[in-house]
Design a protein around this ligand. Structure first.
Ligand code: RNT
Ligand code: ZN
Length: 420
């Protein structure tokens, strides 16, 4: 390893030791914490059902940077570049719309065989797989899915949810790792509906039916994701925060949990402030780490105050292991592989930063009522030499130190992406 990096690490190790933090132990925790890589950054949430399928459901990618993945081989090749530059335990998070088949297979017909290549690819790399039903970007999703008042449409989506849980079971068996399934429906209304209850009762019933029909499924954890609004559905969201929180808490099931996406709350609300309340009632939750800019814009995750606060909170709550961490953003305005790597590295770096905080001494101040020292110390630790530890960790994992990885991604862009 580079002399300078090693020196920096030793300096930082001494500093952290002096405040009671064992750097190597925390690096190990950081490294073994799975972070689930969303596959949809690579192709602007298009999937493989159709070439350039229209994205619907109130979400949007903006930008037309060249080089997006056009088929599963390209997407997996891009992901291989990402894997190389993202240190630590990883999972891959795919959507039902990323199936592979020679002929068209509708959402209510998908089978594990349509995801065999993903499973083979993941097993070869020792990765777990997470999965998402795709309740959007479909001719039957424009007027509600699991909450639709058209019984035929609702049944279609219930069947989709059921099949997804079975495919999740298949992934769990193939990889030997829990498959986290996230359920998000875009259902809502552009204007204020008169009846705000019936769609919610139908959504509740649909989730109940999906879970009741798949009770034999093991190895799957299910997140229920809420949202404030989607584009074109500004006035009403069926799966609102209160709905999803209520559903999860009422179910009180060992596999159903709340999903918290950073962009899915009112602009002054933050996920970091919710975790302590959620964990008063829940054993697990799923995070969609994203960056909302004024709305659910799904910008690339930055190493910013909120992402750091989320990770701080997980460490302070002692809930790093209980929380499933996944990324969820899609930026089509810059090199997509770089977008992936930047956001993922920032997510992991924020986790490392949190782990390197002497939480016990802060808690001690609090216990002893020394709130002055609590504030002084918590501010002091903000400028601890995390960067030196991060560089060492990246070097240790051969993931590229600093911006070293950019040169490789630029080369990949020149040789591969720009030729698409
Ligand atoms: C949409 C939700 C959802 C999606 C992905 C593609 O607002 O955040 O999680 O981003 O399923
Ligand atoms: Zn999300």
């Amino acid at each position: 390893m580079d002399e300078k990096i090693l020196k920096g690490y030793e300096f930082a190790k001494d500093y952290y030791k002096s405040i009671g933090v064992d750097v190597d132990k925390e690096i190990e925790i950081c490294d073994s914490t799975p972070i689930s890589i969303h596959c949809w950054q690579g192709d602007d949430v298009n999937g493989f059902e159709k070439k350039d399928g229209a994205l619907s459901g109130g979400i949007q990618t903006t930008g037309n940077y060249p080089g997006k993945a056009r088929d599963p081989e390209e997407l997996r090749a891009d992901l291989d570049v990402v894997l190389k530059h993202f240190p630590g335990e990883k999972k891959i998070n795919i959507h039902a719309s990323y199936l592979e088949s020679d002929s068209f297979v509708d959402r209510n017909e998908i089978e594990p065989e349509h995801f065999k290549k993903w499973a083979d690819w993941a097993v070869e790399r020792g990765l777990g797989i997470d999965f998402n039903p795709t309740y959007f970007s479909h001719p039957l999703s424009d007027n509600g899915t699991l909450s639709s008042k058209d019984e035929k449409v609702r049944q279609f989506w219930i069947e989709h949810g059921i099949r997804c849980r079975r495919i999740g079971d298949y992934f769990a068996k193939r990889t030997g790792k829990t498959c986290v399934i996230n359920h998000w429906t875009p259902d809502g209304d552009k204007e204020f509906p008169i009846d705000t209850l019936s769609p919610r009762l139908r959504l509740k019933d649909s989730y109940d039916k999906i879970f009741a029909a798949t009770e034999d499924v093991t190895g799957v954890m299910d997140g229920i994701e809420s949202k404030v609004f989607g584009i074109g559905l500004e006035s009403y969201t069926v799966g609102s925060h209160e709905f999803c929180m209520g559903y999860v808490m009422k179910k009180n099931s060992d596999h159903i949990m709340l999903t918290l996406d950073c962009g899915h709350y009112h602009p002054t609300e933050v996920v970091s402030a919710k975790l302590g309340a959620v964990y008063a009632f829940a054993d697990h939750c799923l995070l969609h780490v994203s960056r909302p800019v004024r709305w659910d814009s799904d910008h690339v995750v930055c190493y910013d105050d909120e992402v750091k606060a989320i990770m701080d909170e997980l460490v302070r709550l002692g809930k790093v292991k209980e929380t499933y961490i996944a990324t969820d953003y899609f930026d089509a305005s810059i090199n997509r592989v770089a977008a992936w790597i930047i956001g993922l590295r920032n997510t992991r770096k924020a986790l490392l930063n949190a782990l390197l905080t002497p939480v016990e001494s802060l808690k001690k101040c609090e216990r002893e009522g020394d709130v002055t020292l609590r504030l002084a110390l918590s501010q002091e630790y903000k400028t601890a030499p995390i960067g030196l530890v991060w560089d060492y960790y990246c070097a240790l994992k051969d993931a590229g130190v600093g911006t070293e990885w950019i040169d490789e991604v630029k080369k990949y862009e020149k040789e591969v992406l720009s030729k698409r």
